[in-house]
Design a protein around this ligand. Structure first.
Ligand SMILES: NC(=O)C1=CN([C@@H]2O[C@H](COP(=O)(O)OP(=O)(O)OC[C@H]3O[C@@H](n4cnc5c(N)ncnc54)[C@H](O)[C@@H]3O)[C@@H](O)[C@H]2O)C=CC1
Ligand SMILES: O=C(CO)COP(=O)(O)O
Length: 343
């Protein structure tokens, strides 16, 4: 069998941090992986230069992960189809709102037998239908897709601070391959046969992190924040059990993708940070995203809207009070003080 040719699709804050680990690990396993790892970069100008040129000359993604050196085998490519040419192992890692356009460009261009892993935290909602992105990628591109998610704030992983993550696989050997690509001494990977649970935990915790940020903005303190996290975890679990089959409870309670990611996101994530500012600065989220994140993207407010739309379509919004409140405060002008009423 030939070597695995990895391509990374997405080069934001997390995309760049994970590319660093992948670049290091392909060098550690030259028998398994081809040494060149293309990374597709949504081309833009940064400080008067093309971002791909900056990455390929300085080996730093100066816009999305400044100060972190990427291995030289990570090669920035602005053309998506060019970036995935000949690849056998695709890593999807971009804000979920952009995946639809990317899939459209890739349809019909991926060869049989290619495998993928989705690091995207979000869900795909069309009216009363909901899908995880690993399933969307499998169906639209005809590839087998695993999911990686965990308590993984990118800047901490990028500086090699001890972290864990979870890979949900369908085929064990594919889980093992992704583990080889990502695991390091300080980035521990656990494998579980639960692609849906891993994906859904990553998506839904972002809604809870927005609620945690509201609590911080209101200065309600730690008991309130812990309560929101607990209620959020229960809604996450109930949602998965109501709308998806065979999600494993151990993913929620024992895996990094579950309760650990919920905690780190409610303490230190971007959704939390912007939600706090939403309360204290009284500005809309799109303004705060631009002012505070330098091009990085919020996921939680969009997931709240998508989940709300889905629950409305199924006549179930009232059953998920925290998710419902996050949507209404973020998008419909509900006063944030009403967050905890009726929970
Ligand atoms: N940043 C983090 O700490 C972590 C993020 N994640 C998840 O990973 C996924 C990717 O997040 P990040 O890499 O942090 O992205 P990011 O939040 O840094 O977003 C910026 C990226 O979006 C791209 N972009 C902007 N406009 C675009 C467009 N019109 N079309 C396509 N791409 C466009 C930019 O080129 C850049 O690569 C998300 O689902 C996120 O929830 C998961 C774990 C940690
Ligand atoms: O998913 C994350 C940590 O695991 C990052 O969360 P934020 O997008 O809120 O920063």
């Amino acid at each position: 069998m030939g070597k695995e040719k990895v391509a990374i699709i997405g080069s934001g804050n997390w995309g760049s941090a994970i590319a660093r680990l992948a670049g290091q690990n392909v060098a550690k396993h030259p028998d398994v992986f081809d040494q060149r790892v293309p990374i597709w970069v949504f081309e833009e100008e940064f400080k008067g230069k093309k971002l791909t040129e900056i990455i390929n000359t300085t080996h730093v993604n100066e816009k999305y992960l400044p100060g972190i050196q990427l291995p030289e085998n990570i090669v920035a490519v602005p053309d998506l189809v060019e970036a995935i040419k000949g690849a056998t192992a695709l890593v999807f890692v971009m804000p979920h709102q952009f995946l639809g356009r990317i899939i459209e460009q890739l349809e019909g261009k991926i060869e049989k037998g290619v495998k993928a892993v989705s690091l995207i935290k979000g869900v795909d909602v069309k009216g009363s239908e909901i899908h995880i992105f690993a399933d969307v990628l499998e169906e639209k591109l005809g590839i087998s897709c695993s999911a990686l998610s965990g308590a993984n704030i990118a800047s901490e992983v990028a500086t090699d601070r001890f972290s864990e993550t979870t890979i949900g696989y369908r085929k064990k050997e594919e889980g093992e391959l992704w583990k080889k690509l990502f695991e390091t001494h300080n980035f521990r990977v656990d494998l579980i046969d639960d692609v849906a649970g891993v994906s859904l935990c990553g998506a839904l915790k972002n809604i809870v992190a927005v609620a945690a940020g509201f609590i911080d903005g209101l200065q309600y303190g730690n008991n309130s924040k812990a309560a929101v996290m607990r209620i959020g975890l229960i809604e996450m679990k109930n949602f998965c059990q109501e709308f998806f089959e065979n999600v494993k409870m151990e993913t929620f309670l024992e895996e990094s993708a579950g309760v650990a990611d919920l905690i780190t996101s409610c303490l230190g994530g971007r959704n939390r940070k912007c939600a706090e500012a939403f309360v204290t600065q009284k500005k809309p989220f799109d303004v705060l995203e631009k002012e505070m994140l330098n091009g990085q993207k919020l996921q939680g407010i969009h997931t709240a809207k998508e989940v709300y739309t889905f629950l409305q379509a199924r006549n179930r919004a009232g059953a998920y009070k925290l998710f419902d409140k996050v949507y209404k405060i973020s998008w419909e002008g509900m006063p944030v003080e009403q967050l905890t009423e009726g929970l």
